[in-house]
Design a protein around this ligand. Structure first.
Ligand SMILES: NC(=O)c1ccc[n+]([C@@H]2O[C@H](COP(=O)([O-])OP(=O)(O)OC[C@H]3O[C@@H](n4cnc5c(N)ncnc54)[C@H](OP(=O)(O)O)[C@@H]3O)[C@@H](O)[C@H]2O)c1
Length: 348
């Protein structure tokens, strides 16, 4: 008997921290060698799973920009898989695919449904879930369409050591900005300065956070790329320059809060005072420009201007713990789970 594991959502999660017991890891029999494939069907083996904060939004039954997950069904996320068997002319055994896939070790899939080919001979597979994936596109579009960086300006980015934030800061450097990162530990701040060339980095857990931020932005703030929302944004509003821009990318500090929890910041007066433009966005708002974005991001990789930092955990059983660890800041760079079943944690 060949058993494979899958992760099922047990219940929707509203207004509290998501936890392991909200999911069920089930073993089911699936002998892919014996399975019959209908026309266009393929068998995929998961190789890399991207765990992302947006998944938290889909765990709620509340209406949002992405549909809620269904209770009792396998979780779905952006993954890279390898084709084990094919009855689809587009897919050969050994090809790699990327797209929204179920969190199952091996499964049957319609090869014409929303997946695209990726090639590990061009770049490592991790890159398709990092710089050339959602986080890279989010950083690129948010900076280009809303941040509009100009040489000499000051860019502040929150969750700076994470997937999106680490790319935003590097794009800021490419565009000639002074780049200031905000992160949750001194180690992450050191990493931002030493490995990614940020001009300054500030730990929001330090008792001197407000003062440190002020000192790091002697000429004020022209762009605040906000991944976090909530209290840590408050002091940034006091530093805004005339005609500043605030791409609101995410609000991870609020994703596990109950509705009505006090979150701040009180920003309107500062937006008016400085004629600042604050605009939320979803990466798919700019999908038509993805081709252009991928071309430029790829060039920056080749030119050595953009580094893709990852934290990688190992084994199917690490998917949920890794997802949960996003909310305690365990990761530096993009957090991915590799299905190599060494069952060890790395970098966490
Ligand atoms: N708009 C879009 O289309 C779009 C697309 C992708 C992602 N996003 C958003 O972008 C943000 C970053 O996503 P990502 O995938 O790159 O994740 P990430 O930054 O790699 O991981 C999340 C990071 O957020 C920080 N964090 C967690 N809880 C926090 C809290 N309560 N207060 C302050 N910081 C906290 C942690 O870093 P520290 O150690 O520094 O606290 C953690 O490492 C998220 O808000 C996400 O929802 C938006």
């Amino acid at each position: 008997m060949v058993m494979i594991k899958k992760i099922i959502l047990k219940n929707h999660v509203e207004g509290r921290m998501v936890q392991q017991s909200d999911f069920d890891v089930q073993s089911v029999e699936f002998n892919y060698e014996a399975v019959e494939l209908a026309e266009n069907e393929i068998v995929i083996k998961l190789e890399l799973v991207s765990v992302d904060p947006y998944i938290r939004g889909r765990l709620s039954a509340a209406k949002s920009y992405a549909a809620s997950y269904k209770v009792g069904e396998p979780m779905i996320g952006i993954c890279v898989g390898r084709i084990l068997k094919s009855n689809n002319p587009k897919w050969a055994v050994g090809d790699h695919c990327c797209g929204e896939l179920p969190w199952m070790e091996i499964f049957k899939f319609n090869g014409n449904r929303g997946i695209y080919k990726v090639n590990d001979k061009l770049v490592p597979l991790e890159t398709y879930l990092n710089i050339l994936g959602v986080v890279g596109l989010t950083a690129y579009h948010g900076m280009r369409e809303i941040g509009e960086p100009k040489s000499g300006e000051t860019l502040v980015v929150s969750a700076a050591a994470g997937g999106v934030g680490s790319i935003v800061g590097q794009i800021g450097k490419i565009k000639g900005c002074r780049v200031v990162g905000i992160a949750g530990s001194d180690e992450k701040c050191e990493f931002l300065k030493r490995e990614l060339g940020f001009d300054a980095a500030v730990n929001y857990n330090s008792p001197t956070y407000r003062k440190d931020l002020r000192l790091a932005c002697p000429k004020g703030v022209d762009i605040y790329f906000d991944n976090v929302g909530g209290k840590i944004s408050e002091p940034i509003f006091l530093l805004l320059n005339q005609f500043a821009r605030i791409p609101v990318c995410g609000a991870i500090s609020m994703y596990n809060s109950a509705p009505g929890d006090s979150v701040g910041p009180h920003c309107q007066v500062h937006l008016v005072r400085t004629s600042t433009r604050m605009q939320g966005f979803i990466v798919t708002d700019y999908s038509k420009k993805n081709g252009e974005a991928i071309r430029e991001l790829s060039q920056w990789i080749v030119q050595g201007k953009l580094k893709g930092k990852t934290t990688i955990t190992h084994g199917f059983d690490q998917i949920i713990p890794s997802f949960l660890s996003l909310f305690s800041g365990s990761n530096t760079g993009k957090l991915l789970v590799k299905m190599d079943n060494t069952n060890q944690k790395s970098n966490l």
